[in-house]
Design a binder for this molecule. Structure first.
Ligand SMILES: *Cc1c(COP(=O)(O)O)cnc(C)c1O
Length: 439
């Protein structure tokens, strides 16, 4: 009785109404997932790879000198944003995971994209005997390694941010990097890549077409490595390592996560790899006490459609009368990753959708209340806490899971996924649009 009937859901999706949908296949106690073959050990292995490669990253990127090669973001208390979003203290406390400022790539893609390029480079260097396990990986910044990497092309298809991450990382190691961009990719992202010596191939079609074109090219060339955003476990695991660091940050901030202190996490979702990686890691660590929600544009709710469909189906937003047009370019994806869907089917609490007008309003609030400079995609989850605590569907979720009494001690975590590299004039345009839309 708490679930929206399928016809009503279809109706609301088609009319691009913002909504909260709760996942009827959620298994609160499910943690590891046998049939996808990914476990907490893999999450830890990704974290260990980042640690091994930190000396290399510190040599390649001056902006990482201060963190000794660590790519991480702060956990921020955001009381002013909480007030601006109208979330009362009786609903819990609002926090923000500031991936919008992640160095090197300027978005959450710094996690997955850099991890996959590092894994590929490490594998090549080990196979060629350039390094041995336990060596200082800083040597991978030197001439012999660069000569090896220069024999390979690294390809990716992207709406923008993944291209930035893969392109910048691959080019820094000496790979020949090639990024296939969809039509919705922003001009400044293409320009930035070209400045880094990356070749940019522009496609007239959408994200799926850009990915397919890249994949086809790579199949014909053994010296070509394709980063497959729709299928790659390495990308997903790179994102998942964020959960281990967040667990430390929560502890340092004195935030418990248990039955009396539930944690709600709101993650912007495109193809699903980034939020699924993070959510998977968090579910391994906190089990039933962490509740993960993805946020998608009303025109691109591909993950919601994928979870609402029968397992094995992979619906496209176009089939539901939507056009996949949104200013949230990082989320403009018509069909979800099958890997991310399978991983999330028993673990994800729900999905909320958001209109572009809301994105800009929320982007403005982040800036005006807390001075946080984010891109439109990164604001997608901001309506989540209020929807959960105040809507009929949300309150039913809380009641069903016995959470109502714990809500004053709850933590809500907004994951802001991008923004650092947005040019100032673009940002001012977004901000002004959001300001004009305030009620
Ligand atoms: C890519 C991206 C996401 C979502 O990641 P997916 O793996 O595509 O789901 C969210 N926010 C921003 C800013 C992104 O660039």
């Amino acid at each position: 009785m708490h679930e929206m009937p399928q016809d009503d859901l279809e109706q609301s999706l088609r009319s691009a109404q913002p909504l909260l949908w709760c996942n009827p296949r959620l298994q609160p106690e499910a943690a590891a997932q046998a049939d996808t073959g990914i476990s907490l050990a893999d999450v830890r292995a990704a974290q260990a790879r980042f640690q091994r490669c930190a000396p290399l990253l510190a040599r390649l990127f001056p902006e990482l000198a201060a963190s000794a090669g660590r790519i991480e973001s702060p956990l921020l208390a955001t009381p002013a944003l909480q007030q601006a979003l109208g979330l009362p203290a009786s609903s819990g406390r609002l926090w923000l995971k500031a991936d919008h400022g992640l160095p090197v790539a300027g978005s959450i893609k710094a996690r997955g994209g850099i991890h996959e390029v590092l894994e590929f480079a490490e594998g090549l260097a080990l196979a060629e005997g350039l390094i041995a396990p336990g060596d200082d990986y800083g040597r991978l910044a030197e001439a012999p390694a660069r000569a090896l990497f220069g024999r390979y092309r690294v390809l990716v298809g992207s709406t923008g941010n993944l291209g930035l991450s893969i392109g910048i990382m691959a080019a820094a190691l000496g790979f020949r990097a090639e990024v296939h961009m969809s039509a919705d990719a922003k001009a400044w992202k293409k320009a930035r890549l070209r400045q880094h010596g990356v070749s940019v191939v522009e496609h007239l079609g959408d994200y799926e077409e850009a990915v397919a074109a890249g994949r086809r090219q790579a199949e014909q060339d053994p010296f070509c490595y394709f980063v497959d955003d729709e299928r790659s476990p390495s990308l997903l695991l790179g994102y998942s390592a964020a959960a281990l660091h967040l667990a430390e940050q929560l502890q340092q901030a004195g935030i418990s996560v248990d039955a009396e202190h539930p944690l709600f996490v709101y993650l912007p979702c495109g193809v699903g790899g980034a939020p699924a990686g993070v959510a998977f890691g968090l579910k391994q660590l906190f089990g039933a006490h962490v509740h993960c929600f993805f946020a998608e544009p009303t025109q691109s709710p591909c993950f919601l459609l994928g979870l609402a469909a029968e397992p094995g189906q992979l619906p496209s937003v176009y089939q539901h009368g939507l056009d996949n047009r949104t200013e949230a370019d990082g989320l403009a994806v018509p069909r979800a990753s099958a890997l991310a869907l399978e991983l999330m089917r028993p673990l994800l609490s729900g999905v909320l959708t958001v209109s572009d007008a809301q994105l800009f309003r929320q982007l403005y609030l982040a800036g005006s209340s807390q001075g946080l400079r984010i891109e439109p995609s990164a604001a997608a989850g901001f309506g989540g806490p209020a929807l959960l605590c105040q809507s009929t569907v949300g309150r039913a979720y809380l009641t069903r899971h016995g959470l109502q009494a714990a809500m004053p001690q709850a933590s809500h975590l907004l994951w802001t996924t991008g923004g650092l590299f947005v040019p100032e004039d673009e940002y001012q345009g977004f901000y002004a649009r959001g300001a004009a839309l305030q009620a």
